[in-house]
Write a protein that binds this ligand. Structure first.
Ligand SMILES: Nc1ncnc2c1ncn2[C@@H]1O[C@H](COP(=O)(O)OP(=O)(O)OP(=O)(O)O)[C@@H](O)[C@H]1O
Length: 258
């Protein structure tokens, strides 16, 4: 039985894409069959896996969702690209922005992504959805299709404030569309735990949410080596195998898989 995990936070630049890539590769290295889905019209996940010009791709998440909406047949594996590091990608590009507008006016608009994923679920153990930095229709589709939400969060005061809004959105989707949706945990990213500021934010987070939600033991450290991976089109496991970010994503992989 496959598990669908939405990597979600409406705040931008918190490490959703870097986490999707490295958790995905981490799970693939443990022998899991992994599909990454780029649910962001910026195509950052697609670019991070080496497709420097996502807008030149003919088949993407937007085209397969268009077929689902139009009741057109989908070929097996349509749009899915096999990656060097042993996992698959359903890419995205700017066409997804137009698809988000289309979704607003159609029947069952919140569950189109779920309908698509149901056609490929049996081929994977884990499907990771890299969400966009908004709570629009695409993110609602991702939350509706997911079994779990993993929330990357930077150790900043403003990130904590945005959390309440995200929790409300997750609660609404759970009540109205996807009652079995759970929060797998909050992942602190880009932290510099040598600073008192980061330590205080982590303490505040544990104090505020620690008894209701899992906060992963793993904290992803800030490192230029992690920032470089997006341009390199590689995971941290290949780019800097013995570094601290590689060790952190390995630890996160074990926490998620357990
Ligand atoms: N551990 C890290 N250390 C240093 N830089 C990082 C780390 N993780 C991610 N970054 C960098 O921070 C920026 C934001 O990361 P990322 O793209 O993963 O965030 P995001 O939440 O997916 O962004 P968006 O909301 O725009 O989709 C990128 O430039 C990335 O390379």
């Amino acid at each position: 039985m496959s598990k669908v995990i939405a990597i979600c936070n409406q705040k931008g630049g918190v490490g959703k894409t870097v986490t999707t890539v490295n958790l995905g590769v981490g799970l693939a290295r443990k022998g899991k069959r992994v599909l990454l889905v780029d649910v962001d019209a910026q195509g950052s996940l697609t670019a991070s896996l080496g497709y420097q010009h996502p807008d030149q791709l003919d088949e993407t998440l937007a085209t397969v969702l268009g077929k689902v909406i139009g009741d057109k047949p989908l070929a097996s594996g349509e749009g899915i690209l096999h990656q060097k590091e042993g996992l698959d990608l359903l890419p995205a590009n700017i066409d997804l922005a137009a698809m988000e507008v289309t979704l607003v006016n159609i029947m069952s608009r919140e569950t189109i992504l779920q309908e698509y994923l149901n056609t490929v679920r049996d081929q994977y153990d884990v499907i990771l959805l890299d969400c966009c930095p908004s709570l629009g229709m695409l993110t609602i589709n991702a939350l509706s299709a997911a079994d779990e939400v993993l929330i990357p969060m930077q150790a900043h005061y403003l990130s904590l404030k945005g959390m309440e809004q995200l929790m409300r959105a997750i609660g609404r989707v759970k009540r109205q569309i996807n009652p079995t949706l759970t929060i797998s945990g909050i992942l602190i990213t880009m932290a510099d735990m040598r600073t008192t500021y980061s330590q205080e934010i982590v303490e505040l987070l544990r104090g505020t949410y620690g008894d209701q939600l899992r906060i992963f033991d793993t904290i992803i450290p800030r490192s230029i080596r992690a920032a470089e991976t997006s341009a390199e089109g590689k995971s941290i496991f290949v780019h800097d195998p013995s570094g601290k970010v590689s060790a952190a994503y390995e630890a996160l992989t074990l926490e998620v898989a357990s």
